[in-house]
Ligand binder design. Structure first.
Ligand code: GLA
Length: 722
């Protein structure tokens, strides 16, 4: 810091003499080009395919924007940073100071320091370029070295100018039971925004991820595409400003609305990373880069570990858990070849028993009327059956009917002068994670369960309410606007503590289904519950959308009862399995409700999944026929890195007389290799290609005819390189 202060004081004159410098930030197949020059803001002039000759870029066109534009700082109407300085001045003019480069295990870190021309406000613009995936993370560290507090009015993570063309944006929107639906639209003049302000479940409506296709309507496996993902669990804003004929300006960061953040003298603020990706292989190329980045760099906790096949009790018995009932379900999943049993909601509460969903959150003691022998007896029952044990918690929440709320009414999020609006059951409230005492309490929920039942393998961490009553008992009057940010900092701090003590505990991230599918939390969680909707037809759409940014190893996908509990739809067991198998397979029903024939089918499906799961959980995904294209068909493929083993899935989920049949083409294969095709989990006649061999080129150009007859027909085909 001493050196930094020295640099600060000499910045104004030094900046005039620092020679211009090109900084080329490279991943294996992409480059981002920056120019640092004394007396100037850092500039960005290129993001795209990897380049070696940067002079081509400067000679070709004039994209020349500040890499991190500040409000009223000159040079750009779009801005990523807006600061009210100690003296009330609202303008910020950043100029380049110094930069450094550090080599890390899987990446190179670039830190480019800038300083306001007249104020002691320093901004480090950081880029981390990975060498194992085509992802560049960018974020900033804002340091207040002024004499008094400054207020951050906007503090985006990153800014990216793009040359204009026929650009389209793909974004995602949804709601409970219908998450991650894909929407696409051309980028025209004006402002496009994806903006979220829920507070706790930031993936419930929109998602903190977009893709921009640069060559017209988005395509799966062709065309140039830029991806942008904000690694943050709170409110966010993605803005694309298209002010004129030549450029689009992408600004991404924490949603600054109601979140002005004050930095005292000497304090710093680190923005969450914005993970950028670029591919010439369409949206699928960008997806595969994010999947790889997530698996290999712990952006999903323990991303390379094999995920176990589980049975979750929720849709089987809902809140009616009992020792007998749980043991019966354990028997069921053991007989089918499953590996893990998870008891969901309903197991806790003393004064208020969790017999309905309107009480007891926060009272994490076993309901001994339902479970007289306690949790250790259930863990023992699972172990005796050769199963791992898992349990559900919702530690950030409480109900007005709970001993916790009676003891600590000031722990909930709500301004002291307001009566809280309640959520689920008419009683649910959210605890204030900005409060260190609440953080300790939440840590203890996990810690006490682990102490009581040390062999617990898995916890499902749920969150079923929002920051609906903005206001904190804990934060000072001046700092109320810190709540959204400090909630998530408190949450991640707590998760860091849990991970430090329990690195191997498998944690599922759930928030009324997929309400928290974001890369702010996934570094702490091994997987997420994709949706409370387990209807296999609708899951095709939800899973398709989710897979745009998240790897299959993290996607919890369960086979449930038929008729489906959410939609009432009747779907054959094979189709339900074939849809669930493209992620981390599980079941969520009473196995005893299956017929003998279905049990035999399920047993074979579980055994088959065990064989192919390395390909699915760790392979590269190629989405091919999109369910969104309204043909009534969908198909996709997973393939190992060496392209020797692949699994292809084909579905027919609508049925019409004389419906046009698609051509089933394969993707991502080695064109020169020969593959043998074998249908897995077949429950009908063999197709004529069964057991035959084809070159990868033939399969990708010609494909094979796949007999999908009638509604809810599906096939799983294994491709083995000869
Ligand atoms: C949420 C989850 C479900 C289930 C219930 C239990 O809705 O998304 O999977 O765990 O809570 O109450």
């Amino acid at each position: 810091m001493t050196e930094r202060l020295f640099l600060t004081t000499i910045a104004a004159c030094a900046s005039l003499t620092v020679p211009a410098k090109d900084i080329l930030v490279n991943t294996p197949n992409t480059s981002l080009l920056l120019k640092a020059e004394g007396g100037q803001p850092l500039h960005i002039s290129y993001y795209g395919e990897r380049i070696d000759d940067i002079n081509q870029v400067y000679a070709a066109y004039s994209l020349w924007e500040p890499a991190y534009p500040a409000f009223a700082g000159g040079g750009s109407n779009s801005y990523a940073l807006s600061v009210k300085h100690a003296d009330g001045n609202m303008s910020t003019e950043l100029i380049y100071l110094e930069d450094k480069q550090t080599t890390e295990a899987n990446s190179t870190l670039y830190i480019i320091s800038m300083k306001d021309k007249a104020y002691d406000l320093l901004v480090d613009v950081c880029y981390r370029a990975y060498n194992n995936s085509d992802v560049i993370e960018t974020w900033t560290e804002i340091h207040n070295q002024e004499k008094k507090p400054v207020t951050l009015l906007k503090y985006a993570s990153g800014f990216l100018p793009l040359r204009r063309g026929n650009a389209w944006v793909s974004h995602q929107h949804g709601t409970w039971g219908a998450e991650a639906y894909i929407y696409e639209e051309p980028l025209q003049n004006g402002m496009f925004e994806v903006c979220e302000s829920n507070g706790a479940r930031n993936a419930f409506s929109s998602r903190a991820n977009i893709m921009i296709s640069l060559d017209g309507k988005p395509r799966e496996n062709e065309g140039r595409v830029v991806g942008a993902v904000l690694c943050w669990s709170g409110p966010y804003r993605f803005s694309i400003d298209t002010p004129d004929q030549s450029e689009h300006h992408l600004t991404v960061g924490i949603n600054e609305a109601n979140s002005a953040y004050t930095l005292k003298k000497g304090e710093s603020f680190t923005t969450p990373p914005l993970a950028l990706s670029y591919s010439t292989e369409g949206m699928g190329g960008v997806s595969r880069s994010y999947h790889r980045w997530a698996r290999l760099n712990n952006k999903v906790h323990n991303g390379t570990a094999t995920r176990k096949i589980l049975l979750n009790s929720w849709e089987g018995v809902y809140l009616n858990v009992s020792q007998d009932g749980m043991e019966k379900m354990m028997d069921g999943i053991r007989d089918l070849g499953g590996e893990l049993f998870v008891m969901d909601d309903g197991w806790f509460g003393n004064k208020y028993r969790r017999t309905r969903d309107n009480c007891a959150l926060g009272d994490w003691v076993t309901d001994t009327l339902k479970l007289p022998h306690g949790i250790p007896a259930l863990e023992k029952a699972a172990t005796e059956r050769g199963l791992k044990w898992g349990i559900w918690i919702e530690p950030e929440m409480t109900n007005t009917q709970s001993e916790l709320y009676e003891t600590h009414p000031d722990w909930v999020i709500c301004h002291p002068n307001r009566t809280p609006v309640t959520g689920r059951g008419g009683t649910q409230l959210i605890l204030d994670m900005s409060n260190p005492k609440v953080q300790d309490f939440v840590f203890d929920v996990v810690d006490r369960l682990m102490k009581e039942t040390p062999n617990t393998y898995y916890m499902k961490w749920d969150a079923n309410f929002d920051i609906a009553n903005f206001g904190s008992h804990h934060l000072t009057a001046d700092n109320q606007s810190h709540l959204y940010v400090d909630y998530h900092r408190g949450l991640t701090k707590t998760l860091e503590r849990i991970r430090a003590k329990y690195p191997d505990l498998v944690l599922q991230c759930c928030a009324s289904g997929g309400g928290r599918v974001n890369y702010g939390l996934m570094p702490f969680f091994d997987e997420f519950w994709v949706s409370d909707n387990t209807d296999a037809q609708q899951r095709l759409f939800i899973q398709w959308g989710t897979s745009m940014f998240f790897p299959s190893c993290a996607m919890a996908q369960h086979v449930s009862a038929s008729p489906n509990h959410q939609t009432g739809r009747v779907i054959p067991l094979k189709f339900r399995f074939d849809v669930a198998m493209t992620g981390r397979l599980g079941m969520e029903m009473k196995p005893e409700d299956l017929t003998e024939k279905e049990l035999a089918y399920a047993k074979n499906a579980v055994a088959t999944y065990k064989e192919i799961r390395p390909i699915i959980q760790q392979g590269n995904q190629y989405r091919i026929l999109s369910p969104y294209d309204k043909t009534g068909y969908a198909s996709e493929l997973y393939i190992t890195d060496d392209k020797s083993e692949a699994v292809f899935f084909a579905y027919k989920f609508e049925h019409y007389l004389n419906q046009a049949r698609p051509r089933f083409l394969f993707a991502g294969l080695n064109p020169d290799a020969t593959y043998r095709l074998t249908e897995l989990c077949r429950n009908g006649n063999a197709d004529h290609w069964e057991g035959h061999t084809f070159t990868g080129k033939f399969l990708m150009q010609q494909g094979v005819e796949i007999a999908l007859n009638g509604l809810f027909a599906s096939k799983v085909i294994r491709l083995t390189k000869q």
